[in-house]
Design a protein around this ligand. Structure first.
Ligand code: BTN
Length: 256
């Protein structure tokens, strides 16, 4: 990556985070895996940012993979040390808000959040977030599809879409890291949860979720402090923490 890339990244990080430790490899297996390994071997300490040009084994939630070809996406991870060992849910919420803010600032577009870790635009998933524990630290990985790959996304990724707004990769990465690190300085700030709720159109809607292999339907009533999804199922209130949700027969059209 050239000097121009570094300069644009540092400029977007702003005064406060301009000196953030970082590396910009052209190609890695997974920026999350790499940072976890480096942190475990005590080769790096938080806060640390890695942005790769391409990932050969990009990781998604629930053991899935994240398509990470060169030239069309932003693949970044931040190693951080949360003040208390908070649930990864909170970091995911903070990351979702940071990415939304950065995209809004860089493109004027307004992605919507699908609980808990996906961002949608024009009904398609344009970003995934994966927060993982790493000893006393956490690694927060963010993948944004900036452009539709030549020839389109593979057929099986029916839900995938891209920003396609000419956003500069390094500027976007710098803004995301800045908003995220700023948010980490004020843990428990209610403004973060508020910003998350405002961007999450699921509230008030019927969803389906899978638990213990069983599909249930529920109405979303809100997002809890720890990032859990508050729902009402058969007249009972409960909080979902890691369930997979879908909108059943409804499309993702509201998530645009
Ligand atoms: C998901 O959609 O389930 C989460 C996808 C997270 C992808 C990002 S890309 C950068 C970082 N490194 C990884 O291997 N995964 C995350």
């Amino acid at each position: 990556m050239g000097l121009g890339d570094r300069l644009r990244l540092r400029a977007a990080l702003g005064r406060k985070y301009r000196r953030l430790s970082l590396s910009l490899p052209a190609r890695v297996d997974s920026t999350n895996a790499r940072l976890k390994g480096l942190a475990r071997d005590r080769k790096i300490s938080p806060p640390y940012l890695m942005i790769a040009g391409q990932q050969t084994a990009g990781r998604g939630r629930l053991g899935r993979s994240f398509l990470s070809p060169p030239g069309t996406g932003l693949y970044m991870s931040l190693l951080v040390r949360p003040e208390s060992m908070e649930e990864p849910g909170r970091l995911t919420i903070l990351a979702a808000v940071a990415v939304c803010r950065a995209i809004e600032e860089a493109t004027g577009l307004q992605p919507r959040i699908k609980w808990v870790n996906d961002l949608f635009l024009r009904g398609k998933k344009i970003c995934g977030i994966l927060a993982e524990g790493a000893g006393e630290c956490a690694v927060v990985g963010i993948g944004v599809n900036l452009k539709t790959p030549p020839g389109g996304f593979p057929e099986e990724l029916t839900i995938a879409g891209a920003l396609d707004a000419g956003a500069d990769r390094m500027r976007l990465a710098g803004l995301i890291a800045r908003y995220f690190l700023e948010g980490m300085e004020t843990p428990g700030d209610p403004a973060i949860l508020q910003a998350y709720r405002e961007r999450m159109p699921l509230i008030g809607r019927e969803i389906l979720y899978t638990r213990n292999g069983q599909k249930k339907s529920a109405r979303v009533t809100g997002v809890a402090e720890d990032g859990g999804l508050m729902v009402e199922t058969e007249g009972k209130s409960e909080i979902l923490r890691s369930a997979e949700i879908s909108l059943g027969s409804q499309s993702f059209a509201g998530l645009e």
